[in-house]
Design a binder for this molecule. Structure first.
Ligand SMILES: *Cc1c(COP(=O)(O)O)cnc(C)c1O
Length: 307
């Protein structure tokens, strides 16, 4: 699938190669005649977190083609999204502004320090103001945007994000039955659903507690894809107590998995999603002969100084 990229974006895009697929070998998988592979989008780029680049690529293209000189977005103090945006903005020569949830902290997180260094203008907003910003869903919908400013909703949840996520499916060069991914806003999941072969099954693992609204949000994003979609489902009981929370069982599982398979994990998204796969496996949910692919979305920068 080739779409015309703005020349400045083409230069940045050339830093990205396709990410490898790594097979996970475990006795339990062999016993159940299952295959598990990890699509290592955590290895996509040394700085930009995996699924954040996938989502940003065609959003940035849209902004550049419109002639935008500034991209304004929102996120938390450990946001992988803002981190990717600030780095990409600097590389592209586009100014960036980030609305950060909560009061300005006395000590900046490693993420905030990077945002500052890469020239993102930081605007700290109260939690209620932050929630209000979620109402603005399109690039020109934020009130008081200056000419040349492009608004990017939380998590990059727009139709342009789905186009970049579809390239993950293009890169997977073997047939598969089940594809599993962690969900924050559900945008990555929506992109995968829109692009995956119809006979595949898509499974999203919610990282947030009480995220039942996600199904509707994914459905709304999918409407823009205008295609028949494969079977999909979001599981809501693997959040481990809430966003960025963990449990001793999750910590233990992550430690073991990382050591055994040499796949680095963070507890916010990918740790939980793999823990869910492990649990489903033990419960015998997968059918013998199935090939399962887990999309590792990256996010390791967000775990710095946070553990
Ligand atoms: C943002 C993020 C997600 C969630 O992606 P959504 O498209 O918002 O669902 C998953 N994993 C990592 C590492 C992330 O940074």
């Amino acid at each position: 699938m080739t779409r015309s990229l703005h020349p400045r974006l083409q230069r940045l895009d050339s830093q990205f190669a396709s990410s490898p697929l790594q097979q996970i070998v475990e006795a339990e998988l062999t016993r159940q005649r299952l295959e598990l592979w990890v699509k290592r989008d955590d290895l996509l780029h040394p700085i930009i977190s995996g699924n954040k680049w996938r989502k940003l690529k065609y959003i940035l293209n849209h902004a550049l083609l419109l002639g935008a000189d500034t991209i304004v977005s929102m996120g938390g103090a450990y946001s992988n999204h803002l981190h990717a945006l600030a780095f990409a903005g600097k590389a592209l020569g586009v100014k960036t502004v980030g609305f950060i949830r909560g009061e300005k902290p006395a000590r900046f997180s490693p993420t905030l320090l990077d945002l500052q260094e890469w020239g993102m203008a930081l605007r700290f907003v109260s939690r209620s103001e932050y929630r209000q910003l979620r109402a603005y869903k399109t690039h020109d919908s934020l009130p008081h945007l200056a000419p040349g400013q492009y608004w990017l909703p939380e998590g990059g949840a727009t139709e342009f994000a789905l186009q970049g996520v579809a390239e993950i499916i293009d890169e997977i060069d073997q047939a598969f039955d089940v594809l599993v991914v962690a969900c924050g806003t559900g945008t990555t999941l929506a992109g995968l659903i829109a692009a995956a072969p119809l006979e595949t099954q898509l499974l999203g693992i919610a990282a947030l507690k009480g995220a039942e609204y996600l199904t509707l949000e994914v459905q709304q994003l999918l409407k823009q894809a205008h295609s028949e979609v494969c079977h999909w489902q979001i599981l809501h009981h693997y959040h481990g107590g809430g966003f960025a929370k963990s449990t001793p069982a999750l910590d233990h599982f992550m430690q073991q998995f990382q050591t055994k398979h040499d796949v680095p994990l963070e507890p916010v998204y990918n740790g939980k999603a793999l823990f869910a796969i492990d649990d489903l496996l033990k419960k015998g949910v997968f059918k013998a002969g199935q090939r399962i692919i887990f999309l590792h979305t990256g996010g390791l920068q967000g775990a710095r100084g946070n553990t």
